[in-house]
Design a protein around this ligand. Sequence first.
Ligand SMILES: Nc1ncnc2c1ncn2[C@@H]1O[C@H](COP(=O)(O)OP(=O)(O)OP(=O)(O)O)[C@@H](O)[C@H]1O
Length: 251
Amino acid sequence: MNKEIVLEAIKLRKTYSNGELKVEALKNIDLTIYKGEMLAIMGASGSGKSTLLNLIGALDAPSDGTIKIKNRIISNYHKEPYATQYRSEYIGFIFQDYNLLKDLTVEENLALPLILMNKDSKTIKEEVGKYIDLVGLGGKEKVRPYKLSGGQQQRVAIARALITNPPLLLADEPTGNLDYQTSEEILNIIKDLQEALDQSIVIVTHDPQVATFADRVLFIHNGKIVNEYVKKAKAGDIDKILHMLKNSMRC
Ligand SMILES: Nc1ncnc2c1ncn2[C@@H]1O[C@H](COP(=O)(O)OP(=O)(O)OP(=O)(O)O)[C@@H](O)[C@H]1O
């Protein structure tokens, strides 16, 4: 059975120029993301992980290359007004710092993306209630983010990212500000949602604990994909991932 492809990145390149200095952050990256999979991208600091995520999410423009999403090439996907449209139609984001709106309550934070999509108030109410339940935040609807723990804030951010039903969820170090136990809780929620919603997810991380939740791990070094690990069984995952991470950093 062929796996459905959600996104293809074809020969993506990114060169940053600071005056005379040029940094080749990504060198001809080819990448395929399948429906329902959780893909982790790992690599040392400066290897190009965030740059890759930012290009897939149209938060930054590639120097060269193409993005094909749901089998369509979106020309100029990274230029306005297409970038905003691309992000709202195809991408949900989760960040390390949650990026919630401080002056809005939990339910208002969740409602906002739906309001921007011109959904009617009945749908908004139903969807907000559904996603609050899915991330286990019942009872916190009227609370503002600063009164929540880091883990609870990240749950709000996950619900907000998924409420628009995006084909692809992008997460940049989603557990970077959380302790070990809270990270496990958040990763379990993301994993449960992946399975319940058949959600495609890309997670950028330094953390082998995070990568053990992924179905596939890509290792990136100096702007190139240097290794790939496809999960077969849970036991021993962390050792294999650590080993491959160390090897990829020697490439
Ligand atoms: N705006 C920028 N201007 C110039 N160089 C940049 C810029 N952003 C990133 N870089 C460089 O591009 C390379 C890749 O950076 P990137 O942030 O993608 O790495 P990363 O793997 O996400 O690192 P980290 O894990 O530390 O976040 C690095 O050499 C970095 O210094």
